[in-house]
Design a binder for this molecule. Structure first.
Ligand SMILES: [Zn+2]
Ligand SMILES: [Zn+2]
Length: 162
């Protein structure tokens, strides 16, 4: 199957041509950047729109994080934000975590939320950093003990290394 040109039906019922050979302009209001309708410019993963995005096409300046437009990225941030009820600490459930103070090693398991909840508290699974495959069936609660996201640990390790 080729991805150069194909027809899709959008969530609103419009029939459009998509694919990296199809010229378009960024769909952000007021932006006239020339783009194509390839997957690189797509908000989300499905041109018809899905849980990840709206299926709009945007220039590099108007796609954020996980290939999402501004409003979809904001929505995803909100959905993935969890506030610890006691400490008020905010977590992004897309992050990978380690117990506070731990060292990160790219070959060692990390803790990751995989959609499971216990009551109001996100459950963390013990997974390998590559592919997020579970290493065992152990789980932890994000409310138990102190956690740090791997991004922050890596940053600290990089800035402290000399
Ligand atoms: Zn979007
Ligand atoms: Zn744009």
């Amino acid at each position: 199957m080729g991805y150069a040109r194909y027809e899709i039906i959008r969530a609103n019922g419009d029939r459009i041509e998509a694919g990296y050979a199809v010229q378009a302009i960024c769909e952000k209001d007021g932006c006239n950047e020339q783009i194509d309708r390839g997957l690189a410019h797509l908000c989300g993963k499905d041109p018809r729109g899905d849980d990840h995005g709206c299926g709009g096409y945007f220039c590099a300046n108007h796609l954020y994080g996980d290939n999402q437009c501004e409003s979809c990225a904001a929505k995803a941030d909100e959905v993935n934000r969890w506030v610890h009820p006691d400490t008020g600490e905010e977590f992004d459930l897309r992050d990978r975590f380690l117990p506070a103070g731990a060292r990160y090693d790219s070959r060692s398991p990390v803790w990751k939320h995989q959609g499971e909840w216990r009551g109001e508290v996100p459950v963390l699974a013990h997974v390998l950093p590559q592919g997020e495959r579970a290493v065992d069936t152990e789980t932890r609660l994000l409310s138990e003990g102190e956690w740090e996201d791997v991004g922050r640990i890596v940053y600290r390790q990089m800035t402290q290394a000399s």
